[in-house]
Design a protein around this ligand. Structure first.
Ligand code: NCD
Length: 309
């Protein structure tokens, strides 16, 4: 049985297949309307979410399946002190596949260890968020028609931003990508991530100055400062507006730049940018549904040893 805890739990070939299927879904969603009939997705969200939870649920419903779950820890037995391990044992009796989001790093891995159904990590603390990465890759592919040879700027909270960690891990598997890591000193990407870039021989640089590098970028991946992961509010307040992308900064960028953001946005992209053709963060939301449809089908098909899920 397959679980997806980090983006590299799928090989590059498999990620490419997911992207191809998601693009086919985009062309003709009705062809997929019954693919998961009779199957149940459990959506276990211990942490707040809008897009990830609802896109998983919408994806399963659009495949003809059904959804059960909870949208906060308070309404689950976690509030009574139940462990993730015990909860997933129960959920395995009710559902065919599950997506789990939790504030603790490693929670999805623990769930997978005790689960009898495929587990998809929908975000574990400041660690990983693989399905956001597949969404990001699909978005980049739709704009650039390739996932290779790109100069990718990642800007904001690179320390706690799990989407950044997962995206770097996956995109560094593709040929000739260069990474420009833009953050305040305190919010630099963790060393295990730069270690991966070094091991894979990828070019990367760190800077705190977005304006000095924006003209070179093919992709600019903006992120919010992750307030909920800070130890004190004063540090958050000091760092929260480190980067605000506005039209005057964007004026220095290529016409072909694609601006992505996993959302939610707080202040880091001025609303005036939304109507610029380079702003791709709202189409990214739509791609999140298609890629999750492709992933749910794949995991259920693999479990069945191929064939319809
Ligand atoms: C991200 C997350 O939860 O990590 N949101 C999302 O899933 N689209 C990014 C964030 O919360 O900043």
């Amino acid at each position: 049985m397959r679980h997806v805890i980090e983006p590299t739990d799928m090989s590059v070939d498999e990620i490419d297949q997911l992207i191809a299927i998601a693009e086919d879904i985009e062309r003709g969603p009705n062809d997929y309307a019954n693919r998961c009939e009779g199957r149940i997705l459990a959506s276990l969200f211990y942490e707040p979410s809008t897009r990830t939870r609802l896109s998983f649920e919408s994806a399963m419903i659009s495949l003809g399946g059904s959804v059960i779950g909870f949208s906060s820890a308070d309404t689950s037995s976690a509030a009574k002190g139940e462990s993730v391990a015990d909860t997933i044992r129960a959920i395995s009796c009710y559902a065919d596949i599950c997506a789990i989001r939790h504030s603790k790093e490693g929670a999805a891995l623990v769930a997978a260890a005790y689960s009898r159904i495929p587990v998809i990590n929908a975000g574990d603390g400041g660690h990983e968020h693989p399905t956001q990465t597949y969404t990001d890759l699909l978005t980049i592919h739709s704009v650039k028609k390739s996932l290779c040879g790109l100069t990718v700027g990642l800007c904001g909270d690179l320390k706690f931003g799990r989407t950044v960690h997962s995206l770097i891990k996956a995109l560094s598997l593709y040929r000739d990508n260069e990474f420009v890591l833009v953050s305040p000193d305190e919010l630099q990407v963790p060393e295990y991530i730069t270690g991966i870039l070094k091991d894979r021989g990828c070019l990367f640089e760190r800077t705190s100055d977005l304006e000095s590098c924006i003209s070179r970028l093919d992709i600019l991946y903006m992120t919010r400062v992750q307030r909920e992961r800070f130890f004190n509010e004063a540090d958050y307040v000091r760092l929260k507006d480190s980067y605000i992308l506005n039209m005057s900064k964007l004026a220095k960028a290529k016409d072909s730049l694609a601006v992505l953001h996993p959302l939610p946005r707080v202040n880091e992209i001025a609303v005036e940018v939304d109507n610029d053709p380079r702003a791709k963060y709202f189409s990214q939301v739509q791609y999140g549904k298609y890629i999750r449809m492709a992933l749910i089908m794949k995991l259920l098909e693999d479990r069945n040893g191929g064939g319809a899920c």
